[in-house]
Design a protein around this ligand. Structure first.
Ligand code: SAM
Length: 229
């Protein structure tokens, strides 16, 4: 399968392994990943956030319950909500998820937004698991034109750059991180690594009773679509 599909299947495998109930996808694009995740029986709450989410494109479509969902009802309820907003803005409705995915998102952030990203996603949203994928620049010489893969990319990191950033973030917010990827290099070019590099961050168990004054509710994202099964 093409690399973008391999990225979605990578997430689906994690969801199968861990049985996540509440999942948010930051930078959900055309919502293909959310659509693929809605078929997991463990999932009860799916949220997408994209800075470019358009309200009218989502008047139903593949995220709404199909005929099949009435014939074979789900055992558990499922709610899907799409927001327009930025992954570097705090919104309390994104707090307390089991999994937050950021698939090919961070390389679209300018340096100012990239600097805010860890505090918002790891510090404030603070989900049990975070998956971040981004291009591995070491793979680029294998492409015909050796520039950025997308003109909107602000950067493309090699494995060392990504891993140093990820390890710093993990340490600061008390997560552990494992590195993986999808898109095998062709025979003879194994040294360049995967086409897409992926970091899987897991929150280290936190102290159960932390006497902190809970932050006030902040709703800055705009709801563009919502449905329930
Ligand atoms: N995750 C999808 C996928 O893998 O197919 C889409 C990836 S696309 C390369 C990057 C997406 O991130 C776009 O839909 C873009 O609108 C969104 N995006 C860019 N900056 C963002 C930000 N600050 N907050 C949320 N979404 C953002």
């Amino acid at each position: 399968p093409p690399v973008y599909e391999q990225r979605y299947y990578f997430v689906k495998n994690l969801v199968n392994q861990h049985g996540h109930k509440k999942i948010a996808d930051l930078g959900f694009g055309d919502a293909t990943l959310l659509w693929m995740l809605k078929y997991h029986r463990c999932v009860q709450y799916l949220v997408g956030v994209d800075i470019a989410a358009k309200p009218f494109e989502w008047g139903g479509g593949r995220l709404s319950p199909g005929v099949g969902s009435y014939i074979i009802p789900r055992e558990l309820d499922l709610t899907i909500t799409l927001y327009r907003g930025s992954a570097v803005q705090k919104d309390s409705r994104l707090c307390g998820f089991d999994l937050i995915t950021c698939i090919e998102l961070i390389e679209h952030l300018d340096s100012e937004d990239l600097a805010k990203f860890p505090e918002v996603v790891f510090g404030y949203f603070s989900p049990g698991m975070v998956v971040i994928s981004t291009p591995n620049s070491e793979f680029n010489p294998l492409f015909p034109a050796s520039t950025f893969r997308d003109p909107d990319h602000r950067f493309e990191w090699n494995r060392k750059q990504f891993q140093m950033w990820a390890l710093d973030v993990a340490k600061l917010y008390n997560y552990s991180v494992e590195f993986s990827g999808v898109g095998d290099p062709p025979a003879g070019a194994e040294h360049v690594g995967y086409c897409t590099q992926i970091g899987v961050f897991q929150k280290n168990s936190t102290k159960p009773t932390e006497l902190s004054i809970s932050e006030p509710e902040e709703h800055v994202y705009e709801v563009v679509y919502t449905t329930s099964y």
